[in-house]
Design a protein around this ligand. Structure first.
Ligand SMILES: C[S@@+](CC[C@H](N)C(=O)[O-])C[C@H]1O[C@@H](n2cnc3c(N)ncnc32)[C@H](O)[C@@H]1O
Length: 212
């Protein structure tokens, strides 16, 4: 399906990277920041939960949660390479109740059903319009939204600026973003979601927002 950001994401998140991510996941399990998301979702005490994973990459979140608390999942990703790897792995694990959609989530959100939990693991930092992305994600969430995003630290601001400078030199349009955490929170509060927990790593911060 053609979309605004798919071509860019296909170039950035291609087959090589997807294969390497899967290898790493099979060897070591979920990455540290993904484990924080998994813990947060499990802390909600849901059974037979429905999930929507936006920008789910190789599908780690649903591969893990379909083993215990989830019964259905939707995985929307702008990268076709990541989506294919996620699909093959879900098939291997016997998770037939996962639906895969290749699209920019903001283009297809209106057509998707509401679910219990929406997750965005390291996704807002790949998308320039965080307001559109988070608003669409929050409208799909009945119970909670869990996300990871880069912390607003001086060392990350410097690192991201350097990385974006090299992207510009390479004439690659893909950019990474440190979006203002307070503004993301205000937006989610405006959609009826309250932050109930936050955990921090060196780069990533994870927040769980629950519908009040
Ligand atoms: C850094 S990767 C993270 C993948 C995975 N969540 C993880 O943490 O391993 C960002 C992912 O978000 C996807 N993505 C970014 N913006 C998106 C959008 N607007 N709609 C759908 N997918 C998006 C990219 O294609 C990519 O797979």
């Amino acid at each position: 399906m053609p979309c605004n950001c798919c071509e860019m994401e296909n170039n950035t998140f291609g087959e090589e990277e997807a294969k390497a991510n899967l290898k790493e996941y099979r060897r070591r399990g979920p990455a540290k920041q993904t484990r924080l998301i998994l813990e947060a979702v499990r802390s909600l005490g849901l059974n037979h939960a429905t999930l929507l994973d936006v920008g789910g990459g190789i599908g780690t979140i649903h591969h893990e949660l379909m083993k215990d608390i989830a019964s259905e999942a939707i995985h929307v990703d702008a990268s076709s390479a990541y989506l294919k790897i996620a699909m093959d792995e879900a098939k291997r694990l016997g998770h037939s109740e996962v639906k895969f959609i290749h699209a920019d989530f903001t283009d297809v959100a209106d057509d998707l059903p509401q679910v219990d939990v929406v997750t965005l693991d390291r996704v807002v930092c790949c998308y320039p319009n965080f307001r559109e992305l988070l608003k669409a994600a929050s409208l799909k969430s009945r119970t909670a939204i869990v996300l990871t995003y880069p912390r607003e630290t001086w060392y990350l601001k410097m690192g991201f600026a350097i990385a974006n400078f090299f992207q510009k030199l390479k004439k690659d349009p893909f950019r990474i973003f440190i979006h203002p955490i307070e503004e993301m929170e205000l937006l989610l509060n405006g959609e009826g979601l309250r932050r109930v927990s936050t955990r921090r790593l060196f780069v990533w911060e994870m927040s769980l927002y629950q519908r009040s």
